[in-house]
Design a protein around this ligand. Structure first.
Ligand code: SF4
Length: 295
């Protein structure tokens, strides 16, 4: 029997990334070249396509050569807006509305006297952006047990959008367990992203039904790495790839059902190409062809 390929019920580009790509492509078509401050998506296939449309990627303002710059879906801090304005650069702001909501919450809460604590990875551009809106009155914790000062006994807890709700719930519970004696007031703002949650859940469900999982996405995409980790945690052999030509025939030997999912930065065409490649490499289908030829 030929290998059956199943794709996750939610996979690939999230709403925020789709929107960001459409915005920069439309702006490049209408107004000319744009320099994006960082990667619009952590995916080499999309980065190449955007480059051909006139959207370059620069690490910061020092590398900007065009009269317009784009802020990615991950968002940015207030200083980026100020620099763009003072440099008289046109701004294409593709900040995802869900990230923008977290930024507004951070700003509002510090204005109300809260210490803002962001559960996440301090190196992640989205987290750096949200932190910048706290104007020095926020901190990023990767773990609830990390040391933190709570000077005014008012604490607000936010999450990096791509953290799972489960992880954020655990973080909040542990944080309160450790620090409740130093706190009078707590606000918990659930800034996790439902799109991300749907992808983890769909990957987990699919991983339970298949013999092998293939997860597509950029190697530097944290979200793709976490999807692969979710599949492995469900107990299924899992490979993370960027392109369909990385799939090895040996991976498919003896498999009946192969599952495919993709990180939030993976375009639909990469998913289609991977499914096609699995079918091409299917050892069962090849054996049938050989038998037919021999017959
Ligand atoms: S993962 Fe969620 S928060 Fe992040 S860009 Fe996509 S839709 Fe927005």
């Amino acid at each position: 029997m030929a290998i059956e390929v199943r794709t996750a019920s939610a996979l690939g580009f999230c709403f925020g990334v789709r929107r960001a790509i459409e915005m920069v492509e439309a702006a490049a078509d209408e107004q000319g070249p744009i320099d994006s401050l960082g990667s619009i998506v952590h995916n080499p296939v999309v980065a190449e396509r955007l480059q051909r449309r006139g959207v370059g990627i620069v690490p910061g303002f020092a590398g900007v050569t065009s009269p317009r710059v784009a802020i990615t879906a991950h968002g940015a801090g207030p200083e980026v807006y100020r620099t763009a304005t003072s440099g008289k650069l046109d701004l294409v702001d593709t900040t995802c509305p869900i990230v923008a909501r977290a930024q507004r919450a951070a700003r509002r809460l510090v204005n109300s006297g809260f210490k803002v604590i962001i559960f996440g990875d301090e190196q992640h551009p989205e987290v750096r952006g949200v932190l910048a809106w706290t104007r020095g009155r926020g901190v990023v914790l990767a773990d609830a047990a990390d040391p933190v000062e709570i000077p005014r006994r008012k604490v607000a807890l936010l999450s990096q959008t791509t953290k799972s709700q489960h992880a954020f719930t655990d973080f909040v519970a542990r944080f309160l367990e450790l620090h409740i004696d130093r706190i009078n007031e707590v606000r918990v703002i659930n800034t996790t992203c439902p799109e991300t949650e749907d992808r983890y859940e769909a990957a987990r469900e699919l991983a339970r039904e298949v013999d092998l999982m293939i997860v597509i996405g950029g190697r530097n995409s944290a979200n793709t790495g976490k999807l692969a980790g979710t599949c492995r945690a469900a107990g299924v052999e899992t490979y993370q790839i960027e392109r369909e030509d990385e799939i090895q025939r040996g991976w498919l030997e003896g498999r009946r059902v192969v599952g495919v999912t993709a990180g939030a930065s993976t375009p639909d065409e990469s998913v289609t190409a991977v499914v096609r490649r699995i079918k091409q490499l299917d050892p069962t289908a090849r054996r049938k062809e050989d038998t037919a030829r021999a017959g």
